[in-house]
Design a protein around this ligand. Structure first.
Ligand code: ADP
Ligand code: ADP
Length: 232
């Protein structure tokens, strides 16, 4: 369970203060696929970056199960972060490493031994449907395949939560659909909580249970997808 209480984030810039997130409170249940939608600049990225400590709230609290993620630092934060996977619009893969090496990277950082790493990487490659591509380099893969590597890497340390930051925005509709199907499948099979941000309504409609609509740093609507996006 993720609980946000009165979370705000203000950036100080040369042109003054920017209130990116304003007094946001809501809860996300374990096993849910939760969407956050809004136009560019609405505060979506800033909000989910606070879920894994990439940004720290200026005010308020974020609780991830029994951990106050917004109040921890250093080794504690690094340990907590292993339980939160993240995927990105532009995949953020290491281009000089193979598929298998990209997926093994977070396992190396976590100090997992070689034999166990190899076992885990093979399992993950199979899970995301990339059998036979372990020795390929990212440049040899399609966009959809690159995102599958991103997903496998994000799942390497068996996280409780997967954060998806515009994860299908660089993909064509057919590939988007395939990646969303994979995410739904992983959600069902692993019981993993998935939080995704997007500016695309069809993405929310296709896989989310609930959605929060953000505007100007605030959550202006929140509820079941079918209720929030009712078509008359
Ligand atoms: P979204 O993900 O919905 O596009 P963001 O969270 O990226 O929105 O941005 C929300 C607001 O915060 C925008 O006005 C953006 O310019 C500002 N912002 C985001 N990150 C920073 C930063 N590191 N420094 C200053 N302003 C930022
Ligand atoms: P973006 O469009 O955000 O730059 P990419 O998918 O192109 O995203 O790149 C993801 C990451 O890989 C970035 O950190 C980028 O610096 C790095 N990268 C991209 N292309 C190359 C390359 N040819 N060689 C090495 N690193 C690269």
């Amino acid at each position: 369970m993720i609980k946000l209480e009165n979370v705000s984030k203000t950036f100080q810039t040369r042109n003054g203060a920017v209130d990116a997130v304003k007094n946001v409170s809501f809860e996300i249940e374990t096993g849910e696929i939760f969407g956050i939608i809004g136009y560019s600049g609405a505060g979506k990225s800033t909000l989910i970056r606070m879920f894994n400590g990439l940004e720290t709230p200026t005010a308020g609290n974020i609780q991830l199960n029994d951990i106050a993620i917004s109040n921890i630092q250093g080794a504690d934060l690094r340990k907590a972060r292993q339980k939160i996977g993240m995927i990105f619009q532009h995949f953020n893969l290491l281009w000089s490493r193979t598929v298998a090496e990209n997926i093994a990277f977070p396992l190396e950082i976590a100090g997992v031994k070689k034999a166990e790493r190899e076992r885990r990487v093979a399992e993950l490659i199979h899970l995301v449907g990339l059998d036979g591509r372990d020795k390929s380099y990212p440049a040899q893969l399609s966009g959809g395949q690159k995102q599958r590597v991103g997903i496998a890497r994000a799942l390497a340390n068996d996280p409780d939560v997967l954060l998806c930051d515009e994860a299908t925005s660089a993909l064509d509709p057919q590939t988007t659909s395939e990646v969303l199907n994979l995410l739904t499948d992983i959600n069902k099979r692993l019981g993993l909580t998935i939080i995704l941000i997007t500016h695309e309504m069809p993405v929310i409609r296709k896989i989310c249970n609930r959605v929060a609509v953000m505007e100007g740093g605030k959550v202006v609507e929140l509820g079941e997808v079918l209720t929030v996006f009712q078509t008359p």
